[in-house]
Design a protein around this ligand. Structure first.
Ligand SMILES: Cc1ncc(COP(=O)(O)O)c(C=O)c1O
Length: 372
C-alpha cells in the first residue's frame, strides 16, 4: 500500500523509522529552519529557566515579558499582540473567526495548515490558483483574485503567505495593503518574512492599527531553529485577541518558550547580528544552490526570496526523493500542495557544506536512476 502523503515537511523521526536509521544521520531539508544553533541569548535563557522554576510553575498566562519584548521590537501596543504555541496554534483561532466571517480564499499551491485549521470550524474554502512561473525580482505584486475586481470580495476572507510557501515569492506590501479594505478578513502569515533580506519592509504589522479586519501571524520557530520548542505570535485588534484568549486552553505557551522568546527578542544588538547572519546566509546560498541544481539534468530550480526553493522535474521525482532519503537527505514531497504533484520537490537551504551534500546526492541519484 502506498504511504500517505505527509501534509508537512520535518518528519524526521518517522522518516528515520521508515529508513531504519538514526535520525542524527539524516539531513532534513524537508523543513525550512535556519541551519545554525539557536542564538546564545536564547540558549542561556533556556538553561536559566530550567535551573529556576520554569519547569515547575505554571506559565505566566498574561505573557507580559514576552509580549512587551515583541511589542517593543515592532513598535506596537502590547495589547495588539498574543503569543501562541507556534504559528500553527494561532491559525486555528484565526480560522474560527474566518469560518464565521465568510468563504475563505486560499491561494494554491499553498501551505496546507490553513485548510486544516478551517476544517476544525467547518469553514468554506475556495482555491485561488497562483501562476506557476515567476521571476527573481523581489518583491512581486500579489495576484488579485477575480472577485476583487468584480466587487465580490466583501463577504470573503483572504489567506496570504508572505513570502509564499512553497514558491518563495515575496509579495509587495503596497499590493497587499490595497486589498485590506475589500475583504471581511485578511489573514497574513509572515512566518518566513524575518528570514527574507529586506523582507520587513513588506510586513503588514504596521497596518493592523488601521484595519481591525487584518490578522498578521508570525513564527519564531524557523528564524531561531526552535521548531521543537514552539513559539509564534499574532498581531491583531485587541478585541479580537481578547476573544481568542477566552477560547484557547489556559497555558498554550510553555514557560521555557516564553523565557527563550523574551530573552532573544529583548536583546536588540544580538538580534541585529542574528538577522545579518541569517540574511547573509540566504543571500549567498539561495543563488548558489539554485545555480547548482539548474546544472543537473532534468531539473529546474525556481527562484526564491527566502530559505527554501522549489525544484521542478521533467518527470516524477518521487523515486529520486526516495533514493536521496536512502542517502540520508530528506527533501519535501510536494504532493500535498494543491496544484503541484510528483514532479515537484522543495528543498530548505542548509549550511554551505550541507548544500553541497544535497547537490552531490542528487547528482549521484540522477546518474544511478538513469542507468537502471
Ligand atoms: C508558511 C508557514 N507558516 C507557518 C508554519 C508553522 O510555523 P510554526 O512552527 O510557528 O507553527 C509553517 C511551517 O512549516 C509554514 O510553512
Amino acid at each position: 500500500m502506498a504511504s500517505p502523503v505527509p501534509p508537512h515537511g520535518g518528519n524526521l523521526s518517522a522518516e528515520a523509522r521508515r529508513l531504519g536509521c538514526d535520525p542524527q544521520r539524516l539531513l532534513d531539508a524537508s523543513a525550512s529552519l535556519v541551519p545554525f544553533q539557536p542564538p546564545r541569548s536564547l540558549r542561556r535563557a533556556l538553561a536559566q529557566a530550567i535551573r529556576g522554576s520554569a519547569l515547575r510553575d505554571y506559565p505566566d498566562r498574561s505573557q507580559s515579558e514576552l509580549r512587551l519584548a515583541l511589542a517593543a521590537h515592532h513598535g506596537i501596543d502590547p495589547d495588539a499582540l498574543l503569543a501562541g504555541n507556534g504559528a500553527a496554534e494561532l491559525f486555528t483561532w484565526a480560522a474560527r473567526d474566518a469560518a464565521a466571517a465568510g468563504s475563505n480564499i486560499l491561494p494554491q499551491p499553498g501551505f496546507a495548515d490553513y485548510a486544516r485549521a478551517l476544517h476544525c470550524w467547518r469553514g468554506a474554502t475556495e482555491a485561488m490558483r497562483l501562476p506557476l512561473a515567476w521571476s527573481d525580482a523581489w518583491p512581486q505584486p500579489f495576484p488579485h483574485h477575480s472577485d476583487f475586481a468584480s466587487g465580490l470580495s466583501s463577504g470573503r476572507c483572504l489567506w496570504i503567505t508572505n513570502p509564499h510557501n512553497p514558491t518563495g515569492q515575496l509579495w509587495d506590501r503596497a499590493s497587499l495593503a490595497r486589498l485590506l479594505p475589500h475583504y471581511a478578513l485578511v489573514i497574513c502569515d509572515e512566518a518566513f518574512l524575518p528570514l527574507v533580506p529586506e523582507g520587513e519592509a513588506h510586513s503588514l504589522v504596521p497596518w493592523v492599527r488601521d484595519y481591525p479586519n487584518l490578522v498578521v501571524i508570525r513564527s519564531l520557530t524557523k528564524l531561531f531553529a526552535i521548531a521543537g520548542l514552539r513559539l509564534g505570535y499574532v498581531v491583531a485588534h485587541p478585541d479580537r485577541l481578547q476573544r481568542w484568549k477566552e477560547w484557547r486552553d489556559p497555558w498554550s505557551v510553555n514557560g521555557l518558550a516564553m523565557a527563550a522568546g523574551a530573552a532573544v527578542m529583548g536583546d536588540r544588538s544580538g538580534l541585529e547580528r542574528w538577522m545579518a547572519r541569517v540574511h547573509g546566509w540566504v543571500q549567498r546560498e539561495e543563488p548558489w544552490l539554485r545555480a547548482q541544481l539548474n546544472q543537473l539534468p532534468g531539473l529546474t530550480a525556481r527562484p526564491s526570496s527566502v530559505n527554501f526553493l522549489l525544484i521542478e522535474g521533467c518527470a516524477s521525482l518521487l523515486t529520486i526523493r526516495d533514493g536521496l532519503a536512502r542517502r540520508g537527505v530528506l527533501l519535501r514531497d510536494c504532493r500535498s500542495f494543491e496544484g503541484l504533484g510528483e514532479r515537484w520537490l522543495r528543498v530548505g537551504l542548509q549550511s554551505h557544506a550541507n548544500n553541497r551534500r544535497i547537490v552531490r546526492a542528487l547528482r549521484q541519484e540522477l546518474e544511478r536512476q538513469s542507468l537502471v
